[in-house]
Design a protein around this ligand. Structure first.
Ligand code: GCW
Length: 684
């Protein structure tokens, strides 16, 4: 019962290497649950697609059988002690699994083993990856478990079917202010998400408008419960974004003051009602006091007051409050150079450390501004030992080419995850903080704003599927290398043709730098058209209320965020990073204009001046896109026509548009600075 949409990395076509798989003709299952049924369905489907033969489900196989996959809850089978001792079993935890095949043990059957049904589901998807990529099956010995307890997707879907910052069609959940009727697409979506280890999904936009406010009422809860049921069979908990002012909009109260007991009581009743419909409801995602959304500031209360009140309501049911830290003044005066939006999250939240209830998690965007092509890492990450934190990435390419341009974000995310906060001295990387490895967090992990819609290929640009896949894999294990993830995705998605891998790998690997080259130099950001954020407009946000400036004049450019004579943002970092960013000598080139205002003649570590760097990278960026096209063109006939054309067309849009970026940016800075290009290329 799968939808007719592109199956992405769960497609099993073009399989060249069936290595040993043909002999796996039977499956035995030890354990019983809906999630195990899903695992079994995936396994039989995958094997049938790859081998052409439907494996038989057997109930009491011969102990010595060797043509068999055993999907087994550990408590249901007696595993030999030398295979899995108690420590190893415990180590698998609630979501881990082991995949093993020892010819001398267990008669050669292939075991997928776990403590829980979710572990079995993840193990099954791992086994399918092994089969699909043609790895050796003899003496298989894999154990794995996720690093991050919460691995979430955030949808910005509205009930009218539109998606805020969506570039791949309409919502797969909603249409015309209702839930969609045909849920085949949602089921496929759940499969795709489970296969990369996602275990929590918030289905509606954090900007909760009028209709969406009603999602927590009896009008919609049966539909919400239906979707929650689809996800549940794939080990995923459903979350909702809620309107902080719901007690007023739904409950008829005249206040949403978190310290008014009527407000707390209203939420307690509401929580009870929600859990009647969805016993494993994940909880609320909340955007409060941010970009005109209501919040506790109206009542002079703190964000601890606001989130704790909700947390108290959800606590009896095991629900979480995921409270976003994207709180800043969006009505700033551009004439005022002392206010710095980058400071906002830390200034608001750091003083509240330790005041949040254990089922509150603060969700923090990776950068202090807003998902720019390049920005510094948020100094709030790691700065609150007594408060659960999770990281927020943006998969949807709002500022990175809107899925018309190719921009593979795994390299960017790796840099962020590997960023050393120095919160507890050297080795306190972001990935360790958010996975709970540094402070004893009760709940934590990673969330990302998803890039899917109802387009045939889910993501508009077929290669943007790699961002979705890569995010899930990194949320599972941030130590996976970019090369591993990319290689895996290409083989799963396109099969084993080595030319396809050889061309797509470097395309993905280069694409973020290429995009950065022709758009935003040296960490500057925001030179985009206001509102929709697509395309160049150097001064688009320069004289606006959003706190997003580059301060370019005829002498220089950049935001002085130093302690010495700037906004002081730098002081929010732990000393090692603060010192590095404070000084022009040690500030890395790629973030120079994020931290400093410098003359165009300033010489970078690279040896180039700022202005020459701007010119060079913009010319290089366009050439980079030409190379992407050159590589892709070699794949004609190696990839099915639909996907080949899809990417080909978008690459050509990208090329035209990269030229527009190049010429607008170069011309702007030439006119501002009056300094010609040393290489004498055309600037207008
Ligand atoms: O970047 C901004 C986006 C808004 C978004 C907001 C947020 C959902 O432009 O569209 O609103 O961030 O993260 O809340």
């Amino acid at each position: 019962p799968y939808s007719s949409a592109d199956q992405g990395w769960l497609s099993y076509t073009n399989n060249e290497s069936l290595a040993g798989m043909k002999e796996l003709t039977q499956i035995a299952v030890y354990g019983n649950s809906d999630v195990i049924d899903s695992a079994l369905a995936e396994l039989t489907h995958g094997i049938r697609e790859m081998t052409g033969t439907l494996p038989a489900i057997v109930s009491d196989p011969d102990r010595q059988a060797s043509n068999l996959i055993r999907l087994a809850l550990l408590e249901e089978i007696g595993v030999p002690e030398e295979w899995m001792d108690a420590a190893r079993i415990k180590d698998l935890g609630e979501e881990g699994y082991a995949i093993r095949r020892h010819p001398e043990n267990g008669g050669g059957s292939l075991y997928v083993m776990a403590n829980t049904d979710r572990g079995l589901l993840y193990g099954t998807f791992h086994l399918l990856r092994i089969l699909r990529t043609g790895q050796e099956l003899d003496r298989l010995d894999v154990t794995d478990r996720p690093r991050n307890p919460l691995r979430m997707m955030n949808h910005w879907d509205n009930m009218d079917g539109s998606i805020e910052r969506g570039y791949a069609g309409r919502s797969i959940f909603f249409q015309d202010n209702r839930f969609v009727e045909d849920d085949a697409r949602i089921r496929d979506y759940a499969r795709l998400m489970a296969s990369i280890g996602i275990n929590g999904i918030a289905i509606n936009n954090v900007n909760v408008h009028r209709t969406e406010t009603q999602l927590i009422t009896r009008q919609f809860l049966p539909d919400v419960a239906n979707v929650a049921g689809i996800f549940r069979r794939y080990g995923i908990r459903l979350f909702l974004s809620v309107n902080y002012a719901s007690p007023m909009e739904l409950g008829g109260l005249d206040t949403a003051d978190p310290l008014d007991s009527r407000v707390g009581d209203w939420w307690k009743e509401k929580a009870k009602e929600i859990y009647e419909y969805i016993p494993d409801f994940g909880g609320f995602v909340v955007k409060a006091d941010s970009e005109h959304r209501p919040g506790p500031f109206t009542y002079d209360r703190t964000h601890a007051d606001g989130s704790n009140m909700l947390a108290e309501a959800l606590e009896p049911f095991g629900g979480l409050v995921i409270w976003r830290c994207f709180v800043y003044n969006c009505l700033q005066n551009w004439r005022d150079r002392s206010t710095d939006r980058a400071r906002a999250a830390y200034d608001h939240f750091k003083p509240l450390d330790g005041q949040f209830k254990p089922n509150v998690i603060l969700q923090i965007k990776n950068g202090p501004m807003d998902f720019q092509v390049r920005e510094a890492v948020s100094p709030l990450l790691g700065a609150m030992p007594g408060t659960n934190q999770m990281l927020e990435f943006q998969i949807t390419q709002e500022y990175t080419g809107q899925q018309k341009h190719l921009c593979y974000l795994v390299p960017q995310w790796k840099e962020i995850l590997d960023f050393d906060t120095f919160a507890q001295g050297q080795g306190t990387e972001v990935k360790k903080v958010v996975s709970g490895g540094i402070y004893p967090y009760r709940a934590c992990g990673i969330a990302a704003v998803i890039n899917v819609g109802d387009d045939h290929n889910w993501t508009g640009h077929t290669l943007a599927q790699a961002n979705l896949y890569g995010y899930g894999r990194l949320a599972w294990n941030p130590d996976l290398t970019e090369e591993d993830i990319t290689g895996e995705w290409i083989r799963l998605t396109f099969g084993g043709d080595s030319l396809v891998s050889a061309e797509i790998e470097p395309m993905l690997a280069d694409s973020w730098h290429v995009y950065e080259s022709y758009t935003s130099p040296l960490g500057v950001g925001w030179m985009v058209n206001p509102g929709h954020h697509y395309g160049p407009n150097v001064d688009g946000y320069e004289y606006s209320v959003w706190g997003t400036y580059h301060f370019a004049d005829c002498h220089g450019i950049g935001v002085n965020r130093t302690v010495k004579d700037g906004t002081g943002f730098v002081s929010q970092y732990f000393p090692e990073n603060a010192q590095r960013y404070e000084s022009l000598e040690s500030c890395p080139d790629e973030l120079l204009l994020f931290f400093h205002h410098v003359p165009y003649s300033h010489v970078l570590h690279s040896g180039k001046t700022v202005i020459q760097h701007i010119y060079d990278t913009h010319f290089d960026g366009v050439e980079g896109v030409e190379q992407l096209i050159g590589r892709w063109s070699k794949l004609e006939g190696h990839i099915d026509e639909w996907r080949y054309r899809n990417v080909w067309e978008r690459l050509h849009i990208q090329l035209d548009h990269a030229k527009e970026w190049r010429d607008v940016i170069n011309t702007y800075f030439y006119r501002k600075s009056g300094i010609p290009d040393a290489a004498g290329r055309t600037i207008y």
